[in-house]
Design a protein around this ligand. Structure first.
Ligand code: FMN
Length: 225
């Protein structure tokens, strides 16, 4: 009887130990599973953070590219200004108006005489404001109307006011018919150190419908490569 009791007691002990061991190993499994899934979660978060950082860096790059281009223009009756704004819209560049310190007359005939006199005098009419952060720009579009087959003299004031080394100058122009006239050589001469890009001329009357031509010209310049 005593032997039977000892046997039953031992069997119960062995059974409860085995059950205990079983429950331990399933706990270990749970812990292992928990560890594996939290490791995966950490990896996923790290990947997400990396992707966000890359997207942020690309965004900053795009913004910086936009800001490295300037569109500077002089316009008396609005055609060149309109063209400048179309270029700005396509490139995301900054815009700068070359505005005379003393305004030109509103009278067309009087302006014809004044412009001709400025050319004869090789004048350098004063500009009312300076470009901020000039050194930040790599590419500068410079726009003007054709005045007497040349650029208005204020354009030469502008060109001679800045250091052009390392910059690309892209001229654009509106006119009644003569195009750039003889301005391109003088523009190049007055912006010593600049690399001259291919320019675009649009007839004053055609500016409003020129967005497609302007976009094609800008894309052919390959500014973002
Ligand atoms: C003083 C002056 C001189 C001009 N000389 C010429 C010229 O030699 N050839 C030409 O085709 N157009 C000439 N034009 C016309 C302008 O180039 C044209 O109207 C231009 O689109 C005006 O640009 P804006 O509106 O930006 O001032 C002249 C206009 C002015 C006011």
């Amino acid at each position: 009887m005593k032997k039977l009791f000892t046997f039953i007691l031992s069997a119960a002990l062995i059974f409860s130990m085995a059950a205990c061991a079983g429950s331990n190993s399933s706990e270990e499994q749970n812990v292992q599973q928990n560890n594996t899934s939290s490791e995966t979660a950490v990896e996923e978060t790290e990947e997400q953070e990396k992707a966000e950082e890359t997207a942020q860096a690309e965004n900053v790059d795009t913004q910086q590219q936009g800001n490295r281009t300037l569109v500077a223009y002089f316009s008396w009756s609005g055609n060149t200004e309109q063209m400048a704004k179309m270029i700005q819209e396509e490139t995301g560049a900054d815009l700068f108006e070359i505005s005379p310190a003393t305004a030109y007359t509103d009278d067309y005939n009087a302006l014809l005489d004044q412009a001709q006199q400025e050319q004869r005098d090789n004048a350098r009419p004063e500009i009312s404001a300076e470009v901020e952060n000039w050194n930040d720009y790599d590419v500068v579009f410079v726009g003007y109307p054709d005045w007497w087959n040349d650029a208005p003299m204020i354009i030469y004031t502008f060109l001679e006011s800045y250091d052009w080394s390392g910059k690309t100058l892209i001229p654009f122009c509106t006119s009644g018919g003569s195009g750039f006239g003889q301005s391109l050589d003088s523009v190049e001469e007055s912006s010593s150190g600049a690399v001259m890009g291919e320019g675009l001329h649009v007839l004053g009357d055609n500016v409003a419908g020129a967005q497609e031509d302007i976009n094609e010209w800008i894309s052919a310049l390959g500014l973002n490569q």
